[in-house]
Design a binder for this molecule. Structure first.
Ligand code: PEP
Length: 250
């Protein structure tokens, strides 16, 4: 049985004061949650405040992005050793907003994943098709290509240390959730890719999260699918009560 992971992605929201207020409200609400791993990804500026606020709890902190370089003249970038030093345990890589707005490629994703792993971070590698790709019947092809160019380029040992998030672009921030069946079908495809690239054993141990308009009122239906090993939650993770309701879905 794979242990579930519920991770929140705050995107470019929350000041330091709002970060402190979130954790004061959120931690008591999830203090009995033993059924899953919990992570929150604040913006870079709030990472150390979040690490401090979550100290002593079971909530891990995640970066939302990372450089593919360890250090150097890369203005505006933040490295994996920096994220590890501040106390992050996870990092989101290849989010669709990074791929679409900042033109990140599968190759960038592969390089960032390696850098995160070498600093002891657990990468949450995001994959997903756009509405146009799904409508054109290309969802499988896109997911296979993103898998091959990103996670598929790792060694088996490296692959055993990552999480994947299936995030259909048409469901992110739109209020349109993939049905549990559509999500499960995409997860099975990704697990099949993992089996073909690596081994059946690694494929069955791989944790694949679903992301795209996850809310307190749809989390149970999604988690009822055996293929879904957790959720990556954007908008609904900004509110302590609604994120806690998602974490406490059981
Ligand atoms: C996300 O940012 O990864 C996400 C899934 O956003 P939302 O839950 O708001 O769709």
């Amino acid at each position: 049985m794979r242990r579930r992971v519920i991770a929140g992605n705050w995107k470019m929201y929350k000041t330091l004061a709002e970060t402190r207020a979130f954790f004061s409200a959120f931690l008591p609400l999830v203090s009995n949650a033993k059924h899953c791993d919990i992570a929150v990804a604040p913006p870079f500026t709030a990472l150390s405040t979040a690490v401090e606020a979550a100290k002593g709890s079971s909530v891990a902190i995640a970066g939302q992005n990372v450089s593919w370089s360890k250090e150097g003249a890369f203005t505006g970038e933040v490295s994996a050793p920096m994220l590890a030093e501040v106390g992050c345990r996870y990092v989101i890589i290849g989010h669709s907003e990074r791929r679409q707005v900042f033109r990140e490629t599968d190759d960038n994703v592969a390089k960032k994943t390696l850098m995160a792993l070498s600093s002891g971070l657990t990468p949450i590698v995001c994959l997903g098709e756009t509405q146009e790709e799904r409508d054109a019947g290309l969802a499988e092809e896109v997911l296979s290509r993103q898998f091959t160019g990103g996670p598929g380029a790792l060694t088996a040992e490296e692959f055993s240390r990552i999480l994947i998030a299936y995030e259909p672009v048409w469901a992110i921030g739109t209020g349109r959730t993939a049905t549990p069946e559509i999500a499960a079908e995409a997860h099975s495809l990704l697990r099949r890719c993992a089996g073909e690239n690596f081994s059946v054993h690694l494929a069955s141990a791989l944790r694949i999260l679903y992301g795209g308009s996850v809310k307190p009122d749809n989390i149970q239906g999604l988690m009822a699918q055996e293929e879904l090993d957790g959720a990556l939650v954007g908008g609904a993770s900004l509110d302590a009560k609604s994120f806690a309701a998602i974490v406490n879905f059981v």
